[in-house]
Design a protein around this ligand. Structure first.
Ligand code: GLY
Length: 381
């Protein structure tokens, strides 16, 4: 790791830059929820494919409040959190964790209130209501027969709702989904399938598939990072060591497959990638590795995870990825990919990439400059 003070200075400068970009976005496009840029601009007519990103803007505003303690950011964060409240009853997507964990859960951490908890519990119950007994999994938005690795990022809010409402059945649904994912979507080498297809009549697992990766049997990088992060979160809730082992196996695969700089391509199996990097997967990985560093029982491995996360962030803080020197670019991190096969958000900024980048940077800053007990980088479990 470079000199600590120098590293912290680069993080402060990235936060200042992110604040300028976010301030400009919410002033220029009030109440707009961007997903990915086109030629660096957030507002365009590009397709969304699905609606899973509406928490990441509010989430970044909460992170700016955590970083600055400035009420201006808190008020904006509350405003953008409230704008998505009605999604707590949306049972058409598998993504309510993405929406509410990044926003309302952060709000609850800053200023606990019953009404915030009620929203989180309702969102978690809605997410859990999608559970299928046949097959023991939460289906993706695509169809009842499909489950995604991404859903691992959405079980935390179900565990939370189950605990807060003392609903053992709901808790078991979340745990069973994790076990099903572990059994069918995580492979023996620690790689992950993007999608699993099940027989809806019998619940039998049929095959691996993908939408955003290269092939059904390949490993889409962002999917793997959802697994590292999501199984880590599942362990934080349950203390079930099998989930920690899964997160660690996936982390080992990430490290094994990725070059020294820590940035993966969109899919490790793609023979000649059109774009060499997928920066949002790297940002998620940085935060997931920092979380693993806190969870791992093995101190040598824990320091290795921390060092690896710092290496990824070092690369992302360089001007090839941080848009600080790119005139008229509206995002924070360049080089993300949303959906390569549909040509959506390829080599662009993506909202979740910026969100997890700031989350990882805040955690890294606490490590470098001393912990801030009042503010955790990741929402509390
Ligand atoms: N739909 C989640 C993702 O694109 O990673």
């Amino acid at each position: 790791m470079r000199d600590k003070q120098e590293y912290a200075k680069r993080i402060h400068s990235a936060f200042d830059f992110a604040g300028r970009q976010l301030g400009h976005l919410i002033e220029a496009q009030p109440d707009f929820f961007p997903m990915y840029t086109r030629a660096g601009k957030w507002k365009h007519a590009g397709d969304a494919w699905t609606n899973w990103c509406e928490g990441f803007l509010g989430g970044q505003l909460w992170l700016m409040f955590s970083y600055t303690n400035d009420e201006w950011w808190r008020d904006k964060a509350i405003h953008y959190s409230r704008l998505i409240e009605q999604r707590k009853r949306d049972d058409t997507v598998h993504d309510l964790g993405f929406l509410f964990w990044s926003t309302w859960r952060r709000w609850q951490d800053h200023a606990p209130e019953d009404f915030i908890n009620d929203v989180l519990v309702e969102a978690g119950r809605t997410a859990g209501s999608r559970f299928r007994d046949k097959g023991q999994y939460l289906p993706s938005f695509v169809s009842e027969e499909s489950s995604f690795i991404d859903i691992m990022m959405n079980v935390g809010i179900i565990f939370y709702a189950a605990r807060e409402s003392q609903d053992q059945t709901l808790w078991e649904k979340a745990a069973k989904h994790c076990h099903t994912t572990r059994r069918y979507l995580i492979r023996g080498d620690g790689s992950a399938a993007h999608e699993g297809i099940f027989d809806t009549e019998t619940g039998e697992f049929l095959r691996e598939s993908t939408h955003q990766g290269w092939r059904g049997d390949s490993s889409w990088a962002r999917g793997l990072t959802w697994a590292i992060y999501g199984f880590g979160t599942a362990f934080r809730f349950t203390q079930d060591r099998r989930f920690l082992q899964t997160a660690e196996a996936c982390a080992a695969y990430y490290i094994e497959q990725t070059a020294e700089h820590g940035l993966p391509p969109n899919d490790w199996s793609e023979p000649n990638p059109g774009e060499p990097f997928e920066s949002s997967a790297a940002a998620i990985a940085a935060s997931a590795f920092l979380q693993l560093a806190e969870l791992s029982a093995d101190s040598v491995r824990a320091s290795m995870y921390q060092r690896y996360a710092f290496r990824i962030l070092d690369t992302l803080l360089g001007s090839a990825f941080l848009a600080i020197d790119t005139p008229n670019w509206e995002g924070v991190l360049k080089g993300g990919i949303y959906h390569q096969a549909r040509d959506l958000g390829v080599n662009e900024s993506v909202m979740w990439g910026d969100y997890f980048f700031l989350e990882a940077l805040l955690d890294a800053l606490h490590i470098l400059t001393g912990p801030n007990a009042a503010v955790t980088a990741r929402p509390r479990c």
